[in-house]
Design a protein around this ligand. Structure first.
Ligand SMILES: Cc1cc2nc3c(=O)[nH]c(=O)nc-3n(C[C@H](O)[C@H](O)[C@H](O)COP(=O)(O)O)c2cc1C
Length: 188
């Protein structure tokens, strides 16, 4: 009889520990929400991170593309069109996606002139993000993530913007692990 009650106690302790661990791994309560991974990428780095995120969290993936593509030449894009859009605050027309069905939207961008790329500005400004959670991810060429999360918050009115993932280029050999650790931090 004594052994029976000992076994019952052990089962209760094990179950409580399991429930606690599950709760801890989903602190933000984001699991089970409808997810979109939206990104713009000019030379492929942000696309590669977007695909890795989506393979881990599921949901839909969407590439934000400008109606008028940027030139393939780096200088023409960087010092021509992109610089002009940044300086003049232009939000170029994009092939948009309605975010209404989604609760959590990962938004990926390369750092362009110390902030997000202009097509991502359009995406944030032209959709309704009221009550939605935005999780930014940024790839850069050495400058870091700047204040891109704050910039996103200003454009996506009424949204909650979580801690961004900031990656140099495509990320190094630990990129998969870096993404997994960051996902845990933001609630997955
Ligand atoms: C127009 C343009 C502007 C850029 N501005 C910055 C910048 O301000 N800071 C930075 O660290 N890298 C800058 N870069 C480098 C990109 O952020 C970096 O290469 C990024 O990983 C490219 O992502 P993608 O391959 O998805 O386009 C710039 C690149 C371009 C083309």
């Amino acid at each position: 009889m004594k052994n029976f009650w000992l076994a019952v106690c052990l089962i209760i302790i094990t179950c409580t520990g399991f429930v606690y661990a599950v709760n801890q791994s989903n602190q933000g309560g984001l699991m089970g929400k409808k997810i979109l991974v939206a990104y713009f990428s000019w030379s492929g780095n942000t696309k590669s991170i977007a695909q890795k995120i989506q393979s881990k969290v599921g949901g839909d993936i969407f590439e934000i593309t400008p109606v008028t593509p940027y030139p393939e030449d780096y200088n023409e894009t960087a010092y021509g069109v992109a610089k002009e859009q940044k300086d003049k605050g232009i939000h170029p027309p994009i092939n948009n996606k309605d975010v209404t069905p989604y609760d959590v939207i990962f938004v990926g961008t390369p750092a362009w002139w110390y902030t997000m790329a202009p097509p991502v500005m359009t995406f944030l400004a032209e959709n309704n993000f009221e009550g939605k959670t935005i999780i930014p991810f940024v790839t850069h060429g050495g400058g870091g993530g700047y204040t891109i999360d704050k910039d996103m918050e200003k454009l996506a009115k009424g949204s909650k913007v979580l801690t961004p993932l900031v990656v140099y280029g495509k990320g190094g050999s630990s990129v998969e692990q870096d993404i997994s650790e960051w996902l845990k931090k933001v609630g997955f």
